[in-house]
Write a protein of this length. Structure first.
Length: 194
């Protein structure tokens, strides 16, 4: 005759197994630091690489602003700008943006004539890694710099920033600035060959 054995409920079995395992693993602290490090590492890497990428972007943006204002300032200090002068001015921009890649730098320096009715047209335009404006083409100026019967020099600089690592910031960013100045030594800045 077969007697039926009373089966232990599953909870009771788990409790019996859990006690010795729980004591043994609960008391063992040797892997806690490794687990904590593994949990914190992605956050630390994100913060580090994000700071590096943001720092580079801010540095390049500051350099773009410096290039923009310096080039405009150089041009407005002359009565006339020759081809050699313009070449030297644009080469100065390459030096200013270093150690970053100067092939990503796009510059447009434009002389703008504003007639007595307030219509602004391009008197001359030069560019580096970009297309210059066509002579006598209309150009839109902000209202606060447009003054009837005057002349302006404007410089527009763009830098296509692509993060080196691309861990936090992905894609490319157009870091740009534009600057307007009036000539200092004459009524307008001439470009004899343009």
């Amino acid at each position: 005759m077969v007697t039926a054995m009373k089966a232990a409920p599953p909870r009771a079995i788990l409790r019996r197994l859990h006690r010795p395992l729980g004591r043994r693993f609960g008391a063992d602290q040797s892997g806690v630091s490794a687990v904590e490090f593994a949990l914190i590492l992605p956050i630390m890497l994100t913060l580090y690489f994000g700071a590096v990428e943001l720092g580079d972007a801010l540095t390049i943006k500051r350099k773009v602003t410096s290039v923009t204002s310096s080039l405009t300032d150089l041009v407005t200090q002359s009565k006339s700008v020759t081809d050699d002068d313009m070449k030297n001015i644009l080469n100065a921009a390459k030096t200013m943006i270093s150690p970053y890649d100067d092939s990503k730098l796009k510059i447009k320096i434009t002389g703008v004539k504003i007639d007595d009715k307030g219509k602004a047209t391009v008197a001359w335009s030069d560019a580096l890694n970009d297309t210059a404006f066509a002579k006598n083409s209309p150009i839109t100026l902000p209202a606060n710099v447009s003054e009837e019967d005057s002349f302006l020099v404007t410089t527009e600089v763009h830098y296509d920033y692509l993060p080196t690592i691309g861990y936090v910031m992905t894609g490319s960013f157009d870091l740009n600035d534009q600057y307007y100045l009036r000539p200092r030594l004459s009524r307008e800045v001439k470009r004899p060959s343009n």
